[in-house]
Design a protein around this ligand. Structure first.
Ligand code: GLV
Ligand code: MN
Ligand code: MN
Length: 420
């Protein structure tokens, strides 16, 4: 079957899920929460209407397959996540799940079983925006969630991750035990289609790209700088302990280190995405006594991540001495960098050629569930689809033609892997 015939189906699913999870600005699909469950239920109903099977795993991720495929045979796995950041775009995550589902749909409509079954997974909880922790659905499967992770609280409701996972149907006791919750030997390979979330492919006129690797990161959700809250008019500069000026100083120092490291060819991005004074006490006439902020540094190199982190801590100590403030850190969170499998990259590159797409091999600055598969020793690969206006904002704009090209390339790659 020519997959391009499924374009109207794809368009309808994107449109319907967008409408169901629209928040007035963008889409909101809370990890292990309402919007994510709405998307999951819609996809399950769609899959069943096509005669496909839908089951949930112990972490409440949805897994789709064809009836009659050997349940214990090694399979090719594909998928992505169905949650979003608050006021996010419609394609981050959903595109990869839908790509897999369309390939399954085509096989089912043709009544074709491949030698290796295709399992399509819709991960819950990939986005760190909700609990301050990424890769929850996939991390749970690999035994990577700690007791402290399970106690993290959802930004809006205050519920713990454990409560939200249980409400979504996950087996929290099994997750808490920290064991691998699925049979890795059944996964021959993991492939993920995802929109590119940066501007490179649009600028270089590439509808598709093969991903070489995924940046890791180090994060603090909340660092608090404690200073001395005083009347803004009466304390001279040399006697102030202004927490906001201290945080600004830190960020400017980090920016300068970052600039120098880039000049040396280091791969690094640095972000403080949340910064604030306490609205209960702040005022235009008060020297801020307390400022909280988040910290994130990402790189392909884990040595760079660690070195930059230590530099940040050293600058905090220097600012403490110079400005008479104190920095307090919450738990440090790490996500490993990952390298994609060379043979799968070749298969995906060949697939791009077979569908007539111009492509390049590029790294991923964003994190993806594929990194957990790769770091578990499972051969993994990713295909990026061009997307306008970046991501983690409501303006993501992937062209449906580019998406269908990506779906065709994924299908081609699955067929090729079936023969290897
Ligand atoms: C995933 O969306 C990330 O933050 O990289
Ligand atoms: Mn994302
Ligand atoms: Mn994503």
């Amino acid at each position: 079957m020519d997959l391009i015939k499924l374009q109207p189906v794809a368009q309808k699913i994107f449109d319907d899920i967008r409408e169901l999870t629209f928040d007035g600005v963008g889409v909101t699909r809370e990890s292990y929460g309402r919007g994510e469950s709405v998307a999951a239920e819609y996809l399950k109903a769609y899959a069943e209407s096509e005669g496909l099977l839908a089951r949930t795993d112990l972490a409440a991720n949805l897994v789709f397959s064809q009836p009659g495929s050997a349940p214990d045979a090694p399979a090719i796995w594909t998928g992505s996540h169905i949650d979003s950041v608050p006021q996010g775009g419609n394609f981050d995550g959903l595109a990869g799940v839908l790509a897999g589902l369309l390939c399954l749909t085509a096989r089912q409509r043709e009544k074709r079983q491949a030698r290796l079954p295709l399992e399509v997974i819709a991960f819950r909880g990939e986005e760190s925006a909700w609990f301050g922790k990424a890769y929850m659905g996939s991390g749970a499967l690999f035994g990577k969630l700690t007791e402290a992770d399970l106690e993290l609280r959802q930004r809006a409701t205050g519920q713990t991750m454990a409560e939200c996972m249980r409400d979504a149907g996950a087996d929290v006791d099994a997750i808490r035990a920290g064991q691998t919750l699925f049979d890795k030997s059944r996964v021959k390979a993991y492939l993920e289609l995802h929109i590119e979330q940066g501007p490179v492919m649009v600028a270089r006129h590439l509808p598709l790209a093969v991903v070489s690797g995924i940046r890791g990161n180090v994060r603090h959700n909340r660092i608090v700088c404690h200073g001395d809250a005083q009347h803004s008019g009466v304390v001279p500069r040399w006697l102030r302990h202004d927490a906001m000026f201290a945080v600004a100083d830190l960020i400017m120092r980090l920016d300068e280190h970052w600039r120098v490291l880039l000049e040396r060819g280091t791969d690094l991005v640095v972000t403080a995405g949340i910064v604030g004074t306490d609205p209960d006490e702040h005022s235009i006439s008060r020297i801020p006594g307390k400022v909280h902020f988040s910290f994130e540094a990402r790189s392909k190199s884990e040595d760079t991540i660690e070195a930059f982190y230590q530099l940040m801590r050293a600058e905090c100590r220097a600012i403490e001495r110079e400005r008479g403030v104190r920095f307090e850190f919450d738990r440090r969170l790490l996500s490993e960098a990952a390298t994609m499998d060379a043979q799968i990259c070749d298969v995906l590159a060949q697939a791009c050629q077979n569908v007539g797409a111009t492509f390049e091999v590029i790294p991923s600055g964003a994190g993806h569930d594929a990194s957990l598969f790769a770091n578990a020793g499972i051969p993994s690969g990713m295909l990026f689809v061009r997307n306008q206006n970046g991501s983690h904002n409501p303006h993501e704009a992937m062209e449906i033609d580019d998406f269908m090209l990506g779906v065709q390339a994924m299908s081609d790659a699955f067929d090729k892997l079936d023969m290897l």
